[in-house]
Design a protein around this ligand. Sequence first.
Ligand code: MEV
Length: 318
Amino acid sequence: MKAIGDAPGKIILLGEHFVVKGIPAIAFSINLRANAEVKVLNSGRHNGKPKVYTDLYGRVEKCLSRGKIHPYCTVLKLIGLAKGVMARIRSRIPPCAGLGSSSATSLALAGAACYARMGRIDKELVLKAALEADKYFHGKPSGIDTITSLVGGFILFRGINDYEKLNSGSTELRFIVVDTGLPKKTSKAVMKVLSLYNRRKRIMSKVYEAARELIDEAVHAIKRRDYASLGELMLVNQGLLNTIGVSFPEAESIIATAVNSGALGAKITGAGLGGSVIILAEEEKINRVVEAVRSRFSIKSYYVVKTDPRGLTVKARD
Ligand code: MEV
């Protein structure tokens, strides 16, 4: 049996890092997707280790030191396909850019593997397998990336079992994503923030409460389609991210340039210490903002991405 899974990348609009300690965050799925094709081989002749290929790294087991199991193979094992399976993963989501590439690929793989093995989707099992892979990539994931990719749309996330879709009417929202090309390391950033929290609990608990208030106000702004307020709240959130130590000089300069050329707001997205900056600008100002950023910084690339309501999709493949 063959199946194909397809899952979107995500943008964390507000609340990354704070969400790791239970503060709500807002994220949405984007129109850049990853897919995985899984084929269960006839038993007997093909009973060996799983063969997993990606368009980026080739056969994945080859990029690990000996003895380690690649998280994609762990996904397959958890789905019940420890042997006799072949998978091919392709992605249009830039890796290491804070756009949820690892969660989307793991989820697409888990969905396709589940369908290929059972002929149906067991949502709980798929989520469990994808989250397990996320632990490898993230260290201590809140689950926001995987849930946003699974469900799709605008998500107000409080935990894996506690999230809601925001009826924002904002499917048309577009964001400029500036990939600085400085690779981020999610697990390192998460550990750095948690360590600061533990050393400075009294101060940090106030910063985290500010993050909670900010999300409350942002939910209202999104529902009212008040994008000027949303942009301002992005900048306030950026200030908080700077306070907890995950901003970086290039991001601060890009954000200042974006705002000076007319953007409503901007901030880093995802783990920080590298990765991407997201910018919200009115439609007619997008080109001007992009030009201002491109002319001043040697960025790796930029994308104008749209919110996209579609989450994980899975289907049989002939
Ligand atoms: C990573 O995309 C987002 C973080 O908040 C970590 C997490 O929530 O798993 C930094």
